[in-house]
Design a protein around this ligand. Structure first.
Ligand code: IVH
Length: 666
């Protein structure tokens, strides 16, 4: 008679087999409903016999507890990147180089693969069991994302059969299919959650979740394409490796093909480029790898990329669409920017609906008109642009001309002779005010959490705020009556407004939005005026030009900003409403002397180089590794094992916020 254990094993094996047919062979032999029934049966049996649940059961993909952070783990062998060939010529040169390296004139065998546009990961199987999974990280060490990888249904928790290497490290790409990405974004919108810019971002964000329950709801896919360290099995060729891992249940891309010689390389590349829009996943090129592992050894590697492989890049993607309308947006400086609304098109991973046309000169140069069919280009993360007009529906359609009055306040706008940009000059234009307040509240400026675009719009539209300084005197009662807010959120916003009042000179000056004064310039000014706003308000052009890194344009912008009495009184009102500029210590260059700082994890409020520089400016030192001389560890988001280590070494551990406090206050 079958024991319960037999029944459990049978069900698990059956589910694993069907997963293999579904995800790896792409050829399911049962319906989704039948699969669900098997799964429920297993779940029920496990519920009745909890002691018999093993952690590699298909029901155990989602880990119970959210993590506090990801551990950093070194890769046994580095995960290298690929060097690029930008066109067919460079692909052909790659083949020539390989021939030289291998000292041969005969045709060379490559495995040709699509270059998947997702997130590189490493999976580690020990005796057929998935034990750990890492991100690529910096190539040498990655983050332990085992919990999240376990939720990917196409990734086997156990390898099939018994003919597996005792240690199998396999590298691959986690990605989201185009149709599933669209469904995901629809769901996110319905639920009022964040919308993802493209499938790659969505995949990256999903893998970085500390709570695997969230990851398990994301439609992640996996393709495996490279070996890491392997023990207990010897593969002669990449082709053999791929065939074998596929038989073990690991998904391998179907477009992978063996090619020989330059012509076939180029044919494969061109064919895939032509076909890329028909694939249900994003690819950003092709990859060609020597097939014979012995030849890979002979060709060798550079420090960051192997000589035996190359990535063939695709040209920027171009698509056509039609301009439905052109509207003019008003920025915080009053710049009027024409924006084309186009019929939504999907290009390089995003659906494009709005494209900036920059200014009137650009519109004239390309003669862009409403109703035109235009060629749109987008490469990688670059913002989409209109390359040219392809056809005009109506030859008599009027040329587009930015109005001589501001679309928001209807006051006259001006295009200065030597400027490309048309500007609204009305200082109390509502659109400008919105932009200015958004900037004032932003993270690197006053950092007022909770005061987002929507609330700012409501505050201005309902006339609760007419000037920047009025942020500090918002009435809590009135705030709580705005749509979507309530007592609790109003209280939270008031608290973060109050918390922002203690600030630094550079943050405050940057927040004012003086034209041409960015964060860096604000810091230079902070040093010069030693945190004294009154001195800064009285600054002269001459005095400013004498400062390092400040030129005539910046100096002129500053002086003209203070010429405007409204700006002066707005600053004064901020101060009388409780904004307090914490003055930098005169001995700024020394207050961190005899300290040694190490940074770990991701800093979110400043970049790591600036953070290091601030420590060094204050007389401290920075190092990359913890030693007995380290005095402080700054732990950013997702800090890894260094935190534990620092604890054991009694090193002071600071959050990023505490670190910034220390820089400001000491
Ligand atoms: S092989 C040493 N094959 O491209 C070879 N990588 O720049 C290492 N990628 O981080 C990678 N598709 O995430 C390889 N078929 C493929 C790939 C691929 C996408 C990504 C991978 C890696 C990056 C290399």
């Amino acid at each position: 008679m079958k024991t319960i254990l037999d029944k459990l094993n049978e069900l698990k094996l059956s589910l694993e087999k069907h997963n293999y047919h579904y995800y790896v062979l792409d050829n399911p032999i049962i319906s989704d409903k039948e699969w669900d029934d098997l799964f429920k049966k297993l779940q029920k049996l496990e519920d009745e016999n909890p002691t018999l649940i093993d952690k590699d059961s298909p029901t155990q993909r989602v880990g119970a507890k959210p993590l506090a952070g990801f551990e950093t783990v070194a890769h046994r062998t580095p995960m290298l990147s690929l060097s690029n060939a930008m066109d067919n010529e460079e692909l052909s040169l790659f083949n020539d180089r390989i021939k030289k390296l291998l000292e041969t004139e005969s045709k060379i065998e490559y495995m040709a693969e699509p270059k998947l546009d997702g997130i590189g990961v490493e999976l580690i199987y020990q005796n057929g069991i998935f034990i750990k999974g890492l991100t690529r990280g910096n190539g040498f060490e990655g983050e332990d994302i085992t919990q999240n990888l376990r939720t990917i249904k196409s990734m086997p928790l156990k390898l099939l059969g018994s003919d597996f290497p005792s240690l199998l490290e396999v590298r691959g790409e986690v990605f989201i299919k185009k149709n599933e990405f669209n469904d995901l974004n629809k769901y996110q919108i319905e639920q009022g959650l964040q919308v993802f810019a493209n499938p790659r971002n969505a995949a990256a964000g999903s893998l970085r979740q500390l709570d695997a329950k969230i990851t398990s709801k994301r439609p992640l896919s996996l393709n495996c394409y490279e070996p890491g360290v392997i023990k207990g099995k010897d593969y002669q060729t990449h082709e053999d490796f791929l065939i074998h891992i596929k038989s073990l249940g690991l998904p391998v891309n179907k477009m992978i093909k063996k090619v020989t010689g330059t012509k076939s390389i180029i044919n494969y590349h061109n064919a895939l480029e032509l076909n890329r829009n028909n694939l249900n996943y994003e690819i950003d090129g092709t990859v060609f790898k020597l097939n014979k592992y012995i030849e890979r050894e002979k060709a060798g590697s550079r420090s960051r990329s192997p000589r035996w492989a190359i990535a063939g890049k695709f040209k920027a993607q171009q698509v056509t669409s039609k301009i439905i309308n052109i509207s003019v947006q008003v920025g915080r400086t009053g710049a009027l920017t024409p924006v084309a609304k186009v019929k939504p098109v999907y290009v390089s991973g995003v659906t494009v609906t709005n494209i900036t046309l920059h200014n009137q000169d650009e519109i004239n140069r390309k003669d862009i008109r409403i109703g035109d069919s235009v060629l749109i280009e987008r490469s990688g993360d670059v913002i989409p642009k209109i390359v040219k007009v392809v056809s005009r529906e109506n030859e008599n359609s009027p040329k587009f001309q930015i109005d001589s009055s501001c679309p928001t306040c209807s006051q006259p706008s001006v295009k200065l002779k030597d400027e490309a940009i048309t500007r609204c000059l009305n200082p109390s234009c509502a659109a400008k005010l919105k932009g200015r307040i958004q900037h004032f509240c932003s993270k690197l400026a006053m950092n007022i959490e909770g005061l987002g675009v929507k609330i700012i719009e409501q505050l201005i539209d309902s006339q609760l705020i007419k000037r920047i300084d009025e942020i500090f005197t918002i009435d809590k009662e009135k705030l709580s009556k705005l749509e979507g807010l309530g007592k609790k959120s109003a209280q939270n916003i008031i608290e973060s407004i109050n918390a922002s009042k203690n600030t630094s000179f550079s943050r405050f000056v940057y927040a004012l939005g003086i034209r041409n004064v960015g964060e860096h310039t604000a810091k230079i000014l902070e040093k010069k005026y030693e945190g004294d706003l009154n001195n800064f308000i009285e600054s002269t052009e001459e005095e400013l030009i004498n400062l390092d890194e400040i030129g005539e344009i910046v100096a002129k912008s500053i002086v003209s900003f203070w010429k405007n009495d409204e700006n002066k009184s707005s600053v004064k009102n901020c101060l009388s409403s409780g904004v307090r500029i914490i003055k930098p210590k005169k001995s700024l260059s020394n207050h961190l002397s005899e300290t040694i700082f190490v940074f770990t994890g991701t800093l979110e409020l400043m970049n790591r180089n600036d953070a290091k520089k601030s420590v060094e400016d204050a007389g401290g030192d920075t190092k990359s590794a913890l030693t007995k001389n380290t005095t402080h560890l700054v732990a950013g988001k997702n800090a890894g094992s260094k935190v534990e280590k620092a604890k054991n070494m009694s090193i002071t551990i600071l959050s990023e916020e505490k670190f910034i406090e220390l820089l400001k206050n000491s």
